[in-house]
Design a protein around this ligand. Structure first.
Ligand SMILES: [Zn+2]
Length: 249
């Protein structure tokens, strides 16, 4: 039996990104064709084409492929784990935003304007270095922006509850917790929390501020949370569904 349809997998390297794609050979195909979907790249070619021919097709169209995939990604509303690659996205306040990377810059900087992240990085030696530089610059930015956002929320809820929070601290490493109240009445926040939507961050703030009035998770405690946020269970559900997307491995 002769197979007219043959499918195989291949990979092409373009700048810092690997492009994985499928090759579909068929004798019915007369001219090569490139199809880019949200989760699949496919090159359909006649039987006589070689692997190098298909690689050339992907390489020639690499810029367009990445742009297309970028568009697909920005349409997905939920928070996604960042890969820190060029043409990927970075999460912030419940949404992933497109990332633009400028290599070989004199300084490492991170800006967020008009729904885009722009990261300037100095020349990295390898792809791995570029990614860890992007990650470093992004996480420093996260810590910087987290403070004013959390401070405002803490002030709002502590006024409502008539309590006083000593100080707030943004922590890089808070294990599997989003926040914790110290014995001295300060709140430690997990920096990754700033990737969650505003209303989820509100819940975490309220949760800790309520502990200044009631220790432990008694019925009385949850009643207090409920009084200030009747739909708090939705936020707990959001965190159990999406929480793993917020933290690094
Ligand atoms: Zn608690």
């Amino acid at each position: 039996m002769i197979h007219n349809n043959q499918e195989s997998k291949d990979r092409v390297r373009y700048r810092t990104t690997n492009i994985d794609y499928y090759i579909k050979k068929s004798k019915r195909i007369k001219t090569s064709e490139l199809i880019v979907d949200s989760d699949r790249i496919e090159v359909r070619t006649p039987l006589n084409k070689t692997i190098e021919d298909t690689r050339d097709i992907v390489r020639d169209k690499a810029e367009w492929i990445l742009k297309k995939q970028h568009q697909f990604k920005s349409l997905i509303p939920q928070v996604m784990k960042p890969t820190f690659e060029e043409n990927s996205t970075l999460p912030y306040l419940g949404k992933n935003y497109p990332l633009i990377v400028n290599m070989n810059q004199s300084r490492n900087t991170h800006t967020f304007t008009d729904g885009h992240f722009i990261v300037d990085i100095s020349s990295p030696r390898m792809e791995e270095d570029a990614r860890s530089l992007i990650k470093l610059v992004y996480e420093e930015w996260i810590i910087r922006v987290a403070y004013p956002i959390l401070k405002t929320k803490v002030e709002t809820y502590s006024q409502k509850l008539g309590v006083h929070v000593q100080k707030i601290l943004i922590k890089r490493n808070l294990k599997s917790r989003w926040a914790s109240l110290t014995k001295k009445g300060s709140i430690n926040f997990n920096m990754h929390l700033i990737k969650a939507p505003q209303d989820v961050i509100d819940y975490i703030v309220l949760h800790e501020v309520c502990h200044l009035k009631v220790k432990g998770h008694s019925h009385r405690y949850w009643e207090l949370v409920y009084r200030h946020m009747p739909n708090y269970q939705d936020k707990i559900n959001w965190l159990s569904d999406n929480g793993r997307m917020l933290v690094n491995d």
